[in-house]
Each structure stands twice: as C-alpha cells, then as structure tokens.
Design a protein around this ligand. Structure first.
Ligand code: ADP
Ligand code: GN1
Ligand code: MG
Length: 367
C-alpha cells in the first residue's frame, strides 16, 4: 500500500486532521495493520490504527458486530471501575456513513481504531512484572465479560480451539500433501501424531459444570496487550476479533504459550526456546488474583495442561499451514511456518518435563 492508496481509504472515515502518511505497524499474523499520521491545526499531529480485515478468515459484518458490542459493554464496565474507557479498550472510528468498516471497490474491508499511545508490546517472555500484569489483565478481562450475554455474539470462527478438529484437518493436510512438503516435515508430523491424546481433554468436558463455557478472548498472546513501558502495567487488551464462547483454559494456555517462551515464536535456534517457570508463576499469580474465585476446581487443575494443549494446537496449526502452502498465517519465507511449528514443539517438550512443577506453582498460587 502506498500513501496515495492509504489516503483514499482514510478519506472515508470521520477523522480529525489532514492525512500525512501511513506505515505498516505491529507484528500480527492475520490482519494488515498500519499507523496513519494526521496533522492538525494548532495541535500536535495524531495517529490512528488502520486495518485491512483479513476477509479470507473473517466475515466482516459479524466480526464488527461482535467488536462493537463487546467494546460498548467493556466501556461501561471501565467507567464503573473509574477507568479511562478511551485508553482501556478499543474505540472503533466510524466511516463517514457511520459504519464500523469501509468496503473499497476491490472488496477489501477496512476499519480504524483510536491509537492507544505510550504503550509497548512484547514478543516473548519479558519480566516477571509484565507477566504478572498480563495474567491480571486477562483474568480481569474474563471477569469483566462474565456478565456479557454470549448469545448476542456471532461465532466468528467455529471450532476455533477445537483441538480434535484441528487434528483432523492436520491429518488431511498430511494425506493430501498439496504442495509436496510432507517429506521435509517428517520430524514435526511425527511429533504431532505421537501426542494425539492432547486433543480431547478439554473438549470432552467443555460446557459441563467442570469446564463451563465462558466468553473468552481466544487469542491472548502477549503482543495483544498494550502495556505501559514505565510501570509494566497492562493498559489495553486488543485484537478482539476472536471473542467467542470458549474455555478460560484457552486464554490461560495461549498466554503462557507465548509469554512464558524465553524466545520469540519463530526463533530457529531451539536451544533458546524454553518454558520459563518464573514467567508462568508470575502470570498464574496475576491471573488467579484477578479471576481465581470464578474458576472451578477442574479448571484450576488443568491450568498447567492448558499451556501444553494450546501450544500443541498452535504448533499443529503452523504445521498444517506449512503443509497446505501458507494460506493462513503471514510468512516471510517458505519454511517460516515449519520453523514456528518446531519452536512450539520444543516448548512442549520443555513443558512436559516441567508439568509437575507447574502444578505445584498453581497449587501454591491458588491459596
Ligand atoms: P492481528 O490480528 O493481525 O494480530 P492486531 O489487531 O493484533 O492484528 O494488531 C496488530 C498490532 O497492532 C498489535 O499487536 C498492537 O501492537 C498494535 N495495535 C492494535 N491496535 C492498536 C491500538 N488501538 N493502539 C495501538 N496499537 C495497536
Ligand atoms: C494469530 O492475530 P494474531 O497474530 O494475534 C492467530 C492466533 C494464533 C497466533 C499465533 C485469528 O494471532 O490464533 O495463536 O496467530 N489468530 C487467528 O501467533 O487465527
Ligand atoms: Mg494480534
């Protein structure tokens, strides 16, 4: 996208100031994100977030319906808590027709958000303070949404965290070998096949009293929280695209998959990929402090396992995408998804060897 093209899109929105330029922004794997800069009369320049919604994955009307409902609900909660609703949740900026997104002549769908300034995101385990605050933030988010009527939400990606279904899709990708990559990924394929048992633990009980359905974020990686660079406090949870009914275990597990990895998600030097018990402990304390009293015994018992399950599922998704020719996640080179998968699998091996310690940490933090 060049500046002229960006100018033509942002022109469709109700914004303050005159467009200067736009640039790619952030490290998301799904949407195309830009920071767009505007000059204003007698005020400092301002920037906004512009995103091209990935319509191969999301149906935009249902998606923006969900995000509008959730952010409206959160805004009221934040006000009640005495917080700043323009900093602590996303604010959708409407188009000149008062719509929540704009569809251009080529069928691309665009949305804009207020830019939440003076924040940072982390791409792997940061500090114990950051981990604790991330845990607190997602625990608090869980609580905030506990009064939200989930029947209003469109299930935007059905079976998003149904690990069993993900496994079936993975097996099909291996059988089809559509782009001839199976031979190059044998080690990774064998790793997934040997751990099929991880597929069913949560799904079997989901929706029962032991693992109730809740409204969950479903994509809780550390770079989906904006944090205060000075204090390490969480400011705002972003990337609300996958809010759907789900299990709290998905949110807890996915956060630790990413935020307790001592390396970035696509690190290829696997000796750097380890599961940090320090980060896990800090996250667990923060999470239980904020949401612990709402959790069932069984959910608490499965918190350590959920980290393995979500890492297994995510690694399997990267591998499936590699085998299908990189049609889902953004990649920068041919073996990117395979490298990500191997990274996740190294992390699983480390978690498997630390599972007892993880359980002890949860038991201690729960008191
Ligand atoms: P994706 O679905 O591709 O991951 P995200 O919605 O997570 O896209 O956005 C990508 C990145 O852009 C985030 O990780 C965050 O760093 C940044 N970001 C998103 N929304 C905002 C915002 N309102 N203010 C500041 N930064 C944002
Ligand atoms: C994607 O959108 P982003 O980059 O925050 C993906 C998650 C994966 C993650 C792996 C909608 O998250 O499910 O866990 O990549 N989001 C979607 O990094 O598929
Ligand atoms: Mg994201």
């Amino acid at each position: 996208m060049n500046n002229e093209e960006i100018a033509a899109i942002v022109e469709q929105f109700q914004l303050d100031g005159e467009f200067i330029y736009g640039e790619s922004y952030g490290c998301g794997h799904i949407n195309d994100t830009y920071a767009v800069y505007f000059r204003r009369e007698s005020e400092p320049p301002i920037r906004y977030i512009l995103q091209r919604i990935n319509t191969a994955i999301f149906e935009p009307v249902g998606l923006m319906h969900n995000i509008s409902l959730v952010t409206d609900f959160l805004r009221k909660q934040i006000v009640k808590e005495g917080g700043d609703p323009d900093r602590e949740t996303l604010r959708i900026l409407p188009t000149k027709d008062d719509a929540s997104f704009y569809k251009d002549a080529d069928g691309n769908c665009w949305r804009m958000y207020k830019f939440i300034e003076n924040t940072v995101t982390y791409q792997s385990a940061a500090t114990a303070v950051v981990s604790r605050n991330a845990g607190k933030a997602f625990g608090h988010f869980q609580k905030q949404l506990s009064g939200f009527d989930a029947s209003q939400l469109v299930e935007i990606i059905p079976d998003f965290h149904n690990t069993r279904k993900r496994f079936e899709t993975f097996k099909k990708a291996v059988e089809e070998d559509a782009v001839g990559r199976v031979a190059s990924a044998k080690d990774a394929i064998d790793f997934v096949l040997a751990r099929e048992k991880y597929c069913d633990t949560v799904i079997r009980e989901l929706g029962s009293d032991t693992i109730p359905l809740r409204v969950t974020h479903n994509d809780t990686k550390l770079n989906n929280i904006l944090m205060d660079p000075e204090t390490g406090d969480s400011v705002c949870i972003v990337d609300l695209d996958t809010i759907m009914p789900g299990s709290v275990l998905y949110d807890f597990g996915d956060s630790n998959r990413f935020g307790s990895n001592t390396a970035v998600e696509d690190e290829t030097d696997l000796s750097k990929v380890t599961f940090s018990l320090e980060m896990f402990g800090a996250y667990t304390e923060g999470f239980l402090e904020a949401a612990g009293d709402a959790l069932t015994e069984r959910e608490i018992e499965l918190l350590p396992f959920s980290c393995i399950q979500m890492t297994y599922e995510c690694g399997m998704r990267f591998l499936t995408d590699y085998l299908q020719g990189d049609t889902y996640f953004k990649v920068s080179h041919d073996t990117h998804n395979l490298e990500r998968a191997r990274n996740q699998f190294k992390l699983i091996e480390d978690m498997e060897s630390k599972l007892d310690k993880m359980s002890a940490i949860v038991q201690k933090a729960k008191k």
